[in-house]
Structures are given as C-alpha cells and as structure tokens.
Design a protein around this ligand. Structure first.
Ligand code: ADP
Length: 214
C-alpha cells in the first residue's frame, strides 16, 4: 500500500523533477484502480437463487466496484442443490452484470472476506424476524475481524416475503414459482424435483405449514 501511494505521488508530481518513467505511466491506471476498488461479499446458501437475492445484488452493484456472490457449502442445511449447481444458477442470473461474479466458499466467512480484501459483507433484511440472527452474526463476525462492515439491504417490498425455502415448498407442491425466481432457476427446480406440472390443481403452500420465511 505504501508503495502504491508513493507511485501515485510520483505520478502527480514527477520524481525529483524528472519526466515520468514509462513504467509509471503504464501501471498508473492499475494502481489507481487498486486503491479505489470497493469489494462486497454477498454470502448465502442460495438454495436456490431467487428474485429477492437478485434485487439485493442489483442494488449492491450500484454501490460497489465489485460484488462477489459467495455460495456457502451449507452442508448443515442439507441443500437441495449441489454447491456447483447453486453457483451455476447464480452465474446465469448475474449474466451481463459486469461487476458481479459468483464463487463458492466453505469455512469461516471472515477468512473468505480477508482473502478477497473486501470492505463489506452484504446481507438482506426482509423482516424483523431476520434481524436477531443477522445482528448476532454481524457482531460475531466483527469480533473475529474488525476490518470490514456488515451492510444490510432491504429488497423491493414485493420480495420481502420471499425465501429460498418457501420457493422450494411451492415448487414441490406443484405451484408456479415463475414470479419468484429467474426462468432458469424455475427450470432447474422442476428437473431437480422431478416434477410434472399439475396446472389444474396447484396445492397451497400452507398445506405443509411453510408460511414462515427462512
Ligand atoms: P443463508 O443460508 O445464509 O440465510 P440465504 O440464501 O437464505 O442464505 O440468504 C442469503 C442472504 O440473502 C441472507 O442475508 C438473506 O437474509 C438474504 N435474502 C434471502 N431472501 C431474500 C429476499 N427475498 N430479499 C432480500 N434478501 C434476501
């Protein structure tokens, strides 16, 4: 970092009155870019990626130079999709967003954040019910590593009721999830769940008591 600021100073003032070296001129844009880069990590299970997740990513991509959607292994949650499948669904969802990328990680989030020199971790806040857990996790992460901030983002109000879990429940029961997930996620759900669409009699989600978000 010290070297970078010295290079920048040299670029602004010239070094000892000498003309700038071609080396400085070539690397200058990269040095400047490196200094200004703001990276945010958006971690989650994304099992699967929903329009609510996408809404958060779109908002974050306007605030940060680089957003990494980090798909957690989350074995403890017994995900429906394999980690590489979840990553692939994210990749297809963020196609065309030039400063957003997808990745996978396992282990402590703070280590992953450090590895990428990120300034922020993004989490979505849908309702008060999310708050207690998220608050606890953010403070614990701060105890482990105080060098980044956890930023909470609210999705568009129409997505505040949406969760991956509820989408899976609806799909399992033969309901239409078109309005909740990107098209390729809907297709992947049908394949994964081995569903034949029964458009005549979509069952209600409440039959499984899946009203609450996760
Ligand atoms: P996790 O297992 O970490 O909770 P999820 O994939 O369920 O992973 O969620 C990842 C993040 O996205 C969490 O911060 C969650 O609150 C947020 N999130 C989930 N669904 C939505 C939604 N509909 N709108 C906004 N944020 C959401």
């Amino acid at each position: 970092m010290r070297e970078a600021s010295e290079l920048l100073r040299g670029l602004r003032t010239g070094v000892a009155g000498q003309p700038h070296s071609p080396f400085f001129l070539v690397i200058a844009p990269f040095v400047t870019h490196y200094k200004a880069m703001r990276t945010a990590i958006y971690p989650g299970s994304f099992d699967p990626f929903t329009n609510g997740h996408l809404d958060v990513v779109q908002r974050a991509s306007r605030l940060f130079d680089r957003v990494i959607v980090a798909v957690a292994k989350s074995d403890g949650k017994h995900p429906l999709f394999l980690i590489e499948e979840r990553k692939s669904l994210v990749e297809q969802s963020i196609r065309g967003m030039r400063n957003v990328e997808a990745d996978t990680f396992d282990g402590l989030l703070v280590n992953y954040v450090e590895k990428h020199s990120a300034q922020a971790v993004l989490r979505g806040l849908r309702a008060v019910s999310d708050f207690e857990f998220e608050f606890q996790m953010a403070l614990m992460n701060r105890k482990l590593n105080d060098s980044f901030e956890t930023i909470f983002m609210m999705p568009k109000d129409t997505y505040t009721f949406l969760s991956s879990r509820i989408v899976k429940e609806i799909a399992r029961l033969g309901g239409d999830v078109k309005q909740f997930v990107p098209d390729h996620v809907q297709a992947a759900l049908s394949v994964k769940l081995g569903l034949k669409k029964d458009k005549e009699s979509p069952k209600s989600v409440t039959q499984t008591g899946a009203e609450s978000a996760s």
